[in-house]
Ligand binder design. Structure first.
Ligand SMILES: Nc1ncnc2c1ncn2[C@@H]1O[C@H](COP(=O)(O)OP(=O)(O)OP(=O)(O)O)[C@@H](O)[C@H]1O
Length: 323
């Protein structure tokens, strides 16, 4: 059985709306609308979607915070709500809004308390903590009360806290939100190493697609509570016909000729000295050879398809074209 398994997972919320001065209307909305997921041990899965798509609601059901309205869910073979305490020993959770640290205590004290909460043998605990201290560079603020930590420092503390009991799955809800560039890179590098080691399964939600590019081979996209894509980033690019591009810098202005076979022209800039080609069936090599044969080629760069671009097209796609 997969480590995370859902079938027809659904969550409805009752929303009460004021209508006129006295009346209240009661409406049921489905935040998660029949999600099927199967995630194997060791996978690193990005769970993305526009605002209000149902990402956090799904994570809450997977971690036992919310009970589903319908459908089946098993995480580490357990029903999350019914077996919440047992599940807590097998999963780690980092939800940006909620802290598992003690606000008034130094970070190191929170880690010490968590060792007792999870009953982790001292030697194992200190080995894991030492690794996080080194990789997440915690030492300079270990003795600082949590309330005085910067967001980036606290997030590094939260990730450590979630890992000290060696969970099989780490769930992260927006782990890099609000962090500066350096902290983002440090968190991503750490999670990449954690995932590469293969013994922790990662599932993360994010609006920062650089997180996905860096960390996740598999991408599950949800919109209006339904899964609209489940596959690799490469498959997403193929499905939305993302193209590699070649930017050619020319000695002489582009003379307006047709694009070489298997390519199209996307932009002509810098007084026609810079031309951007999209590759359809031609390879970059064929295009460059053809331009070089024309004589005026000074420099080229090849641009990989842009994840922001393909995801914004996916979010904007009308309902029927999604699968
Ligand atoms: N407790 C609640 N009561 C009523 N509606 C809710 C509740 N929690 C979430 N919703 C609604 O369910 C939908 C999905 O919300 P959810 O927080 O799961 O989205 P999300 O994909 O995580 O969004 P974001 O990217 O903005 O965090 C939204 O329309 C939201 O307003």
């Amino acid at each position: 059985m997969a480590l995370i398994e859902t079938r027809g997972l659904r969550k409805e919320f009752v929303v009460r709306r004021k209508v006129g001065r006295l009346r209240r209307e009661r409406r049921v909305t489905a935040a998660v609308h029949g999600v099927d997921l199967s995630i194997e041990a060791g996978e690193m899965v990005g769970y993305i979607g526009p605002n209000g798509a149902g990402k956090s609601t799904t994570l809450k059901m997977l971690t036992g915070v919310l009970s589903p309205s319908a459908g089946e869910v098993r995480v580490c073979g357990l029903r999350p709500v019914a077996a919440r305490t047992r599940l807590a020993l097998r999963i780690g959770v980092v939800f940006g809004q909620r802290s598992q640290l003690w606000w008034d205590l130094p970070l190191a004290e929170s880690f010490r308390l968590l060792r007792h909460v999870y009953r982790v043998p001292a030697a194992e605990h200190s080995a894991r903590l030492a690794r996080c201290r080194r990789l997440l560079e915690l030492d300079e603020f270990l003795d600082t009360p949590v309330r005085q930590l910067s967001l980036g420092q606290r997030m590094r503390g939260e990730i450590t806290a979630a890992l000290l009991h060696a969970p099989r799955i780490l769930f992260l809800d927006e782990p890099t939100i609000g962090l500066d560039v350096v902290s983002k890179q440090s968190v991503r590098a750490f999670l990449a190493e954690l995932g590469a080691a293969g013994d922790t399964t990662l599932m993360l939600t994010t609006h920062d697609l650089a997180d996905i590019e860096r960390l996740c081979r598999r991408l599950v996209v949800i919109d209006h509570g339904r899964v609209v894509h489940d596959g690799t980033l490469g498959e997403l690019h193929a499905r939305y016909e993302s193209r590699r591009r070649v930017v050619a810098e020319l000695d002489a202005p582009w003379d307006g000729a047709a694009a070489p076979a298997g390519t199209s022209i996307e932009a002509v800039e810098a007084d026609a000295h810079r031309v951007t080609f999209a590759l359809h069936t031609a390879t970059a090599g064929e295009l460059i050879a053809s331009l070089a044969a024309g004589g005026a080629l000074r420099d080229v760069s090849v641009l990989e398809p842009d994840i922001e671009d393909v995801v914004s097209r996916l979010y904007a796609a009308p309902e029927p074209t999604r699968s």
